[in-house]
Write a protein that binds this ligand. Structure first.
Ligand code: 7TS
Length: 410
């Protein structure tokens, strides 16, 4: 078992005071902090190797290219992809999903087809499918969530009813960013495959928090962001099965992704270049590789156990506060809790908690349709990661008790 307290020492930003109190950073579902090794990977690249990739024959360009392609191979290993060519570097989860929603949908969806997603999706895995359905004439359907606090997770019996031969694509989140639900991703992929639908997993919340193996999950596409797994912002990944990618038209066109061009047209390179037009985000891709190294050195199964236990502990301690309503599963859950006081807006909760040095998030968490279904406009969310401790949950609970007393919310 790693010493979680020494892990904290790897994250420079955590060691500061906020409003005269030690910072308690519990906004990891929005973005995770960066260990020194990731920050150094960025600095080293810009101080020693900075150059454009793929097109140069000089030493710096070759070093940059090797490091960039090395990062691709590292990410492939991180998610157990069969081939580094299945790793496309993007700006993040949102761009990754949009690429599939535009390129794949444009070629494959027609009126009468069904795109299936769930009621617990982040807008990034919802609005692109609404757009794809509108553009193609396909119908978008949602797997419902169960329970007045969505504590029952996805309605798997309803899923079985919804999964007809008309379903061409099923897109779902691995972990809900507003409920803390861990979806049975492997089972969902198996069910979708049985009716011939392809699968898209939104792994934004799972990628840095638990082992993710695309071959074991047997998914077709998987999307994630570097910044939620200790890597930089502005870099993310679209994983796609090679056989699907090679048949897919590019989403963006330009330099670097063509074989030949004349005044009439162009031909495309295979994946991954086909989907990476223009100068890529070299530095951040390399630092994402460093983030993979960091997380694997700790071990993602161990990280999952640690942050899920913090999630359960926080859920249990917060549920003892009068007038609080907690969302999501009552038992096993991911490392986040989302809750609401009856008469206090989440923005007030977050502002009060900030006085106690806490970094929380309040709002709809880009889950507006789900919030509306649950009769809420917003929740307060605390989300945990490998550097958080049980003592920090005590700070959270004490702060929430102070707020509850101040507002007299019952
Ligand atoms: N999918 C899920 C499940 C997410 O939680 C997020 C970001 C995204 C997609 C989009 O990721 P991006 O990196 O492309 O922006 N979630 C949150 C959040 O919960 N609070 O801030 C961002």
């Amino acid at each position: 078992m790693p010493d979680w307290k020494t892990i904290r020492a790897d994250f420079p930003v955590l060691h500061q005071q906020v409003n005269g109190k030690p910072l308690v950073y519990l906004d990891n579902a929005a973005t995770a902090q960066k260990p020194r090794s990731v920050i150094e990977a960025l600095v080293n690249y810009y101080e020693r190797d900075n150059s454009n990739v793929h097109r140069g024959l000089h030493a710096l360009s070759m070093r940059a290219t090797n490091a960039y392609e090395g990062a691709r191979a590292r990410v492939a290993q991180f998610i157990n992809a069969a081939d580094p060519a299945e790793i496309i570097f993007t700006r993040g989860t949102t761009e990754s999903i949009n690429i599939v929603a535009r390129s794949w949908s444009h070629a494959h969806l027609k009126p009468g087809d069904v795109v299936l997603t769930t009621e617990m999706e982040h807008h990034s895995n919802l609005v692109p499918w609404q757009q794809a359905a509108k553009a193609s004439g396909a119908t978008l359907k949602y797997v419902p969530v169960l329970g007045e606090n969505a504590e029952g997770g996805l309605d798997l019996a309803a899923l079985d009813q919804l999964l007809t031969k008309d379903v061409k694509l099923f897109a779902f989140t691995h972990i809900s960013n507003s409920l803390g639900t861990i979806n049975p991703a492997k089972e969902l992929c198996r069910k979708a495959r049985a009716v011939g639908a392809i699968t898209v997993i939104d792994a934004a919340q799972s990628i840095g928090h638990m082992p993710v193996d695309v071959q074991d999950l047997d998914c077709d596409f998987l999307a994630f962001s570097g910044h939620k797994m200790c890597g930089p912002t502005g870099i993310g990944v679209l994983y796609g099965r090679r056989a699907l990618l090679d048949k897919l038209a590019p989403d963006e066109t330009g330099g670097g992704m063509v074989v030949t061009v004349d005044y009439k047209g162009a031909t495309w390179k295979p994946s991954p270049e086909r989907f990476e037009a223009g100068t890529p985000n070299v530095a951040d891709a390399i630092a994402l590789g460093a983030a993979c190294d960091y997380l694997d050195a700790v071990d993602r199964a161990v990280i999952a156990k640690h942050s899920n236990e913090l999630g359960q502990l926080a859920y249990q301690k917060l549920s003892e506060i009068p007038g609080i309503r907690l969302l999501g599963p009552t038992g096993e859950r991911a490392g986040l809790v989302s809750f609401a006081f009856k008469d206090v807006h989440a923005h007030d909760v977050v502002t009060f908690a900030d006085e106690d040095g806490l970094a929380l998030r309040g709002g709809h968490h880009c889950n507006q349709p789900l919030m509306r279904k649950l009769g809420l406009t917003s929740t307060t969310r605390a989300s945990f990661y490998l550097y958080n401790t049980a003592e920090e949950i005590d700070v959270l609970v004490a702060s929430m008790r102070r707020i509850q007393k101040f507002f007299g919310s019952e």
